[in-house]
Every structure is written in C-alpha cells, then in structure tokens.
Design a protein around this ligand. Structure first.
Ligand code: ANZ
Ligand code: ZN
Length: 862
C-alpha cells in the first residue's frame, strides 16, 4: 500500500462530506428504532446570507455532542432549518429591488453550502424554512386552534407609528424615539391587533423553571424577572370632587408600607379618567400627545424619558392622615400594568423622586436604614433598601414586611382594597403590519366578526405581486388579495392583512423537526412524544427571555390544544459565549478590516495601502459595524473545516468569550496536520488492525498505554461536562506522548497502534474529516461516525494515589489515601468518611472544611 503523505485538506473534507450525505449517515427515522434517543438542537439561524464565526462555534458545539452521543449508542436527532421570515428580507427588497422570497431562498442556498462545508452531522432530510408554505399551513392550523381555545384574541393596543412614512414600526426600528428611515418623531397609535394569552400561563411558566435543572441559573433568573410576579395591594382613593362619572381612583402598589410617604397620585395618559378629563381640556390633550405619546413604546424608552406631569386639579384624601394628595397625569405610568395609576412616594422610588423635585412635592422618608436616628434625609437618590418605618404613625418601628401586612389588613378592613398579585408579563402581541411573514388565517366580516379561514382553504398564501417602494404593509395596499367572501355568510369581507411575528415561527419548530413532512397536522403526537423534550439545546444568551419563554409557553398551549404532551421543550440548555476579535481604527476613527492593517518591524500598526498609522482598538465582540470580522468561508479555504472547528472549541470554555486570533487558527491547523502525519508515517510499521496489544512490551510502551487509558477516561468525562477545551488539551498531550514514543520491540508497535487508534477515535467529534480519513487508512471500513466510543481499561486508567493529611482545628488527626487528581468535593468526602475523623467529630459541629486538593484537609469544628 502506498500512502500519499501530503494531506490535501480541501478535497479530503469535501470527499467525506459527500460520503456522509450519500449514505445518509446522520439520518434518523421519525419513529426512532431504539429507546435510547437523544435530540440535539442548536437555535436555527436567520438566513442573512453569510455564515459568521459565531455560527461556527454554535453549530460545532452541537455537532460534537451529536457525534459523541451517536458513538455512545444513542439514536440522535440533529436537524437543521431556517428562521427565514422577518424584516431584513423586506428591507433588502426595499433597498435593492429583490423580492423577499427570492432574497431569502438565495441566502438559504448560500448558507446551506457553507454549513455543509463545516461538516456538520445534520439530518438534512428534515430541513425546512419557516417561510415555506408547508410550514405556514401548519402554523395557521396552530393559530386557529389557539383562536378556538381563546389563547389567541384581538384587542386594541399601542404601536409605534411613523407619521412621515405612515407605517407601523417594530421596536427595533425606533432609534432614540425616531423612525429609523424617516427620522420623524415616533408617535403612539391605537390599533386592533392579535395577542396570545401568555399571561394565563404566568404561574405555570414560573413553577416550570424549578423543574428544568439543567438550565443556566442566569437564564432562569431573567425569565423570573420577565414574568415579574409581585405581591402587593390594590386599593382605591375616593375623589374629593367626583367628575365625569368617576368617583374614585384604583391604584396598585407593591409597597403599601410606604403609604405615609405618599405625596401625589399619578395617572397614565391612557387611564380612562385622564381620557375623560382630556375631552374638554386642550392643555391636557396637548400634554398627552406631546409628552406621553412621543417616543418609543418600549419600556426602556419610557424609563429613560424625562419625567413629566400635568396637574389635573383633582385631589383625594390620604386614607390615614388629614391631608389631600394632588392627582397628576404622569408620562412614566403605563396603562398596561396594574391599574394604570399609582400613589407616588418620592423618598423611596426614583421616578417619583425625579417627579417630585420637578413639581415641588413633599419628600418624606418613611423607611429609614436600621440604626439611623431621625436625621435621615433624601438628596437626589431614593432610598429603596431595607429598614424600619418612621414618620408613619401606627407603623413606626415596624419592619417593612410587618408594615405591609398591617396596611393590607387595615385597607381590607376598611373595604377599600385587597391584597393582589400582579405580573409584569404582558400578553404577547403577535400582529405585524408586514409582508414577509405567515398570514394570519382570519377573515373579517361586518356581520360575523373575525371568522377563521376553513381548514380546506389553508394555507393562506402571500401574493407574489406586491410592491415595496412605499413604506408600510404591502398586503394592505394590494388591490385584490384582501377582498374575499365571508366563509360563514358569503357577503363581502376582508382578509386579515397582519402577519405573525417571527417569534411565533420559532416557538414550535423544534416539534416540527420530529415530523417535518406531515401535511395533515403540525406533527404527529407519537413522534414528538418519542423525541421531545430536546435533550440538549444550544444557543446564545440573547434569547434567554423572549424565544425561550415563548417556546415554553407554546409547549403548554399546544398541550392544551391536544397537539402534544410535554410542557418543557428543552431539557438542557447550553448558552455559548461570544467571539471577540482585535479591532483597528485609523486616525479619523474609522474602523478597519484586519486585512487592511499590518504590523511594522517597530511594532507599530499601519494601513497596508496608505501606510498611515493605525490605532489598535481593543478586543471586542466581532461585528460587521466594527469590521473586526473574519469570513468562515475563507477560513475553510485556507485552513479547512477541521481546523476551524478545533480552534473554536479549544481556546476557551464554550460558555466563555473566545478571542479569535490568527495564531490560534494556525495552531489548530498545525495540529490537524500533525495528527495526520503521526498516523500516516507509522502505518507501514503497524501490525494488522486485528492484532491485540502484546504482553511483551517495553516500559516506554507501558507508560504510553497508561497515558492512553487515563486520557480516554478523563476525556470522556470532560466532553460529558462540556469541558471541550480541557479535553482538547488532553488530546494534544496524548499526541505529544505518541510523538515522543520510540517503539523498541515488535510488541511496542501493537501499543502504538492502540494509541493512534484511540487518538483518532476520540478526536473525531472535533475533527471529523481528518479522523475518518485516518481511520480508513488504519484499515477500517466502518465510518467512525458509526463506531462505538472506545472503552478505557480500568487498571490502566487507574490514577496514581497519594496520601494526604487530615487535620481537625489545625491538628493532624488522620491520613487518607486517594486518587492523585481527586477534586475538592471528592477529597472532602473522603476526609469526612475516614473512621478516625468520624469518631473525633461525632460530638462536634462542623463549621467549615478547608480543602487544598492533593495537599491537605482541615476541618474547623466546635
Ligand atoms: C408605591 C410605591 C412606593 C411604589 C415605593 C414603589 C416604591 P413592580 O415591583 O415592578 O411590580 N407602579 C404600579 N403600577 C404602575 C404603572 N402602571 N406604571 C408605572 N409604575 C407603576 O412595581 C410596582 C410598583 O411600580 C408599584 O409600587 C408602583 O409604585 C409602581 F417606595 O407604589 B409603588
Ligand atoms: Zn359573515
């Protein structure tokens, strides 16, 4: 056999990719053949047209897990698709005349090729895009089931309105309160829209968080905060001068304890009382439209806007004191939360304090930090910490909890209100006044109202002949599309022209992947029952709230509609870190691409063409706008997919930031080549693949075997724990040991074969191409992808043992023997389980255990 020693990365990688595809190595049937199933999913990409290195990292993580689990004997579902509806396609249409469909599917083609070039183990037979008519048809079925169940409903709500372009803007299209295209000050406008009743599931979504153990705590905290369950008091203030049929104002507070510090009542601009007063008050009208309905509808926009108020002249009496509170309309009070009215306590709420300073209202602290005696004053920061009640009559001296309870008790006894739980979570608005999305399958009839499109008329498809030159919703402008007959009474009716928000599309795709071709129903329940929940979900932390919460909500809603049986869609969640890269700027501050700069001999950076000096601007998140990007396709061309995969997995733990560097990718490339060389150069001397390791081997070979099996043991655990970078470090160590090994006897070559084979096999999840190539060169026929993960030899893998001292209160009391690399927890357990230590501690309380692994344990006890 002659072996070509030059490793041609490009052609070899493409060759294996073709073979895997041809033999459908990574395809699985909808109904799994085994009970040992595993579902790996990475958050599917938006087809922007170009793969970036963040994708490389995300999908490589999922790929390593997939290949590893397959080797462990699992039937692994690892699908891929495209989150392909949404604004950018429409903007591209506006900018360069492409039809959104054309733009989207062209991008998908480009990106599919890029993803395939990375050698990912996807079951491509399951691929779909959410803009596919087939997908939309099933999605429309889901929408109608939600409508039927009351989970989808219509109500009037505020949207961002661009008064120049005459169109609705998404929150992300509002920049500093102005429309991104027209630059006009954005207004808020009422529009009837579709909502999903996610609030009905608020408690359930909260409780569910406790059941998903393998989620990052940070994500759970963010979801808890987003749902924002607050316990408080709802109470009413009677008006001194009833007006327009209103005789009281209902408020919601989470701080009833602060009632003695109240100095005003605040109403939302959309509060019914405000609206009533505005009818015959031009100044109030002007205040509402100038100060309250300008700027974005987002919470941040409202939080950061300057606090403004309008004194209505109305007053209410304080419930426990002989004084009146003025009633203001204030721009920081949202109608969508609580009752849309508050009592303002400037000393203990920053917004109220800013407001009070502006309108010269009282600022009386009623909660003072423990240990302050009477002279506690508020400057320009509200006090929101813990403390003791003061200036509060019968509450004085109580702590906050006791004071809250006391006020709730009294207000309830006075029949002026009651304890109330409030959520920050709002119902989810899913209407978008856009073209490139899934049409909402509803027909509006003057007589019958909102009528579902009958099932045999689904899907409702988008018209192709639309114009994008004008801003706004092309569906609304289309001459014929929306004119239809009412399915119920047959008279003229109008199609819903809103489409569904793209987060709707991504809330159930993981279930569709289990049964992607089904035309009768979104998916077969039997199949989702077998595959779901997703065993390992991988994606960015930026989806901690919206996408991940919506998907959890959908599972529950789909269950209530009878589509599936699971509530938590993602059993384990892994959130990966960002990729950062050095950035550069010229003297004018313009960002430069890495290819545009070069380092001079004197260590100064200059522009390659102009030779002007360049400023090195720090290592920051890779982004197009900062130009510190690298193009994965170019990386595949020069270094190959294996090197790219290896690099993104080797330089830092996957949950942490990874700094992209030329040296790093270069090092990975050299390692790929090195492994190739190590195997191919030894091939001629190696015994037959069937030969077992000889007993007659040198000490050097024995050491090598010891390391091989120890590495295998450690490495397997490291992959299981996602410690990919330390696994790769061990792999390099193994390769070094092989490099330094000099076979002396015939038998030594059997040990060398074993070492090389194990190295190749365990390197496979990270570097699938070169390892398949080498596995074949080693004489094997089966794909490595289909092999079982190698098992280590217990005896050979045994760690060296060490003996360490155990002290109690600093005095040596015992010695324990344990594995040299035992970690903190194991060492502590071993020390506390030692018989002598146990006896000595039997009548004591353990205060602390100090463990220095490999050295000493000291138990502090009394
Ligand atoms: C009096 C008070 C005193 C308040 C104090 C806070 C601090 P969370 O915790 O997020 O539930 N609030 C109630 N409804 C509002 C609305 N529609 N728009 C804006 N603010 C509203 O927030 C509840 C608190 O936010 C409530 O408690 C209320 O102000 C305010 F020292 O009442 B508080
Ligand atoms: Zn009708």
């Amino acid at each position: 056999m002659t072996i070509d020693n030059r490793y041609n990365i490009q052609s070899t990688e493409v060759k294996w990719q073709k073979l895997w595809a041809e033999h459908k190595v990574f395809s699985v049937p909808n109904t799994p053949r085994s009970d040992k199933t595993y579902y790996v999913l990475e958050m599917f990409p938006y087809p922007s047209g170009n793969m970036h290195v963040g994708h490389v990292r995300n999908y490589t993580i999922g790929d390593v897990i997939t290949r590893f689990k397959r080797n462990q004997g699992f039937e692994v579902l690892h699908p891929m698709g495209w989150d392909s509806a949404g604004l950018p396609a429409e903007n591209a249409a506006l900018d360069n005349g492409y039809h959104p469909r054309e733009w989207t599917y062209k991008n998908i083609d480009t990106m599919r090729a890029q993803f395939k070039r990375l050698g990912l183990s996807f079951d491509w037979d399951r691929e779909f895009a959410t803009s596919d008519v087939d997908y939309q048809k099933q999605q429309q079925r889901i929408f109608l089931s939600f409508y039927d169940k009351g989970i989808a409903y219509q109500k009037e709500s505020m949207v961002n309105w661009d008064p120049v372009d005459h169109c609705v803007l998404a929150n992300e299209e509002v920049e500093d309160g102005r429309g991104w295209r027209s630059g006009a000050l954005v207004e808020q406008k009422h529009l009837k829209q579709w909502f999903l009743k996610i609030t009905d599931y608020a408690d359930d979504l909260l409780d569910g968080l406790d059941t998903i153990e393998d989620w990052p705590e940070q994500v759970k905290i963010m979801q808890r905060h987003w749902i924002g369950k607050s316990k408080g008091l709802r109470m009413s203030f009677p008006l001194n001068e009833p007006t327009g049929g209103f005789d009281k104002i209902d408020i919601f507070t989470t701080r009833p304890d602060t009632i003695f510090g109240a100095s005003f009542i605040g109403l939302s601009s959309q509060h019914p009382l405000t609206q009533c007063l505005a009818k015959d008050n031009d100044k109030l009208c002007a205040f509402i439209s100038d100060e309250c309905e300008r700027g974005g509808t987002s919470e941040v926009a409202i939080e950061t806007a300057e606090k403004q108020g309008f004194d209505t002249g109305l007053t209410v009496p304080h419930p426990f004191e002989d004084r009146d509170l003025p009633v203001y309309v204030a721009n920081f009070i949202l109608m969508g939360y609580g009752t849309g009215a508050i009592f303002g306590v400037p000393a203990h709420d920053q917004r109220d304090l800013d407001f009070a300073r502006k309108y010269d209202l009282d600022v009386t602290p009623v909660v003072v930090p423990n240990g302050t005696d009477g002279d506690f004053v508020i400057e320009d920061e509200a006090y929101t910490g813990d403390g003791i009640l003061a200036n509060s009559d019968f509450l004085n001296g109580l702590n906050i909890t006791a004071a809250k309870a006391e006020i709730i008790k009294r207000i309830e006894a006075m029949e002026r209100g009651e304890a109330k739980t409030q959520y920050r979570l709002r119902d989810w608005g899913v209407s978008r006044q856009r073209y490139w999305g899934c049409p909402i399958p509803i027909i509006h009839c003057d007589d019958c109202g909102a009528v579902p499109v009958p099932d045999d008329q689904l899907p409702v498809t988008l018209p192709d002949d639309v114009e994008f030159e004008k801003p706004g919703n092309p569906l609304e402008r289309h001459p014929t599309w929306k004119n239809v007959k009412c399915p119920q009474c047959g008279q003229k009716a109008i199609r819903e022209t809103d489409t569904l928000a793209t987060f709707f599309d991504s809330s159930w795709y993981f279930a569709r992947f289990c049964d992607p071709k089904n035309d009768d129903t979104p998916f077969d329940k039997e199949m989702t029952n077998r595959w779901l929940p997703v065993d390992q979900y991988v994606g960015g932390i930026e989806h901690a709230v919206l996408h991940l919460l919506y998907a959890r909500f959908f599972s529950r809603a789909l269950k209530d509609c009878g589509y599936m049986d699971i509530e938590e869609p993602f059993k384990r969640l892994f959130t990966l870190g960002m990729i950062t890269h050095q950035s550069y700027r010229d003297a004018q501050g313009n960002w430069l691409f890495p290819e545009q700069v070069v380092k001079e001999d004197n260590d100064q950076w200059i522009h390659v063409e102009t030779k002007d000096p360049v400023k090195v601007s720090g290592v920051i998140k890779m982004s197009k706008s900062k130009k510190n990007v690298v193009n994965p396709t170019e990386i595949f061309e020069s270094y190959g997919a294996d090197a790219a995969r290896l690099f993104v997995m080797s330089d830092s733990p996957p949950e942490k930031e990874l700094e992209w560097s030329a040296a790093g990718i270069d090092g990975a490339w050299r390692f790929v080549n090195r492994i190739h060389r190590q195997v191919t150069e030894s091939l001629e001397q190696l015994p037959d693949k069937e030969a077992s390791v000889s007993d007659d081997i040198s000490d050097g070979a024995k050491d090598l075997r010891h390391l091989v099996h120890k590495t295998l043991k450690y490495y397997t655990g490291a992959i299981e724990r996602f410690h990919f970078n330390s696994a790769i470090a061990r792999l390099r160590e193994l390769s070094n040991a092989i490099g330094g090994f000099q076979p002396q006897t015939e038998g030594d070559y059997t040990a060398l074969r074993e070492a090389l084979e194990i190295m190749v096999r365990i390197a496979n999840p990270f570097m699938p191409h070169v390892t398949e190539e080498l596995w074949q060169a080693l004489g094997h026929e089966k794909y490595l992808a289909d092999m079982h993960w190698p098992k280590y030899d217990q005896d050979l893998a045994k760690d060296d043992e060490i003996t360490i001292a155990v002290q109690i209160n600093g005095k040596l009391r015992s010695k324990i023997t344990l594995a040299a690399d035992a970690d903190k927890a194991v060492t502590e357990q071993a020390a506390l389980n030692d018989d002598r230590i146990k006896t000595l501690l039997s009548d004591k309380d353990i205060k602390r255990v100090i463990v220095v692994p490999g050295k000493i344990v000291n138990v502090v006890a009394q």
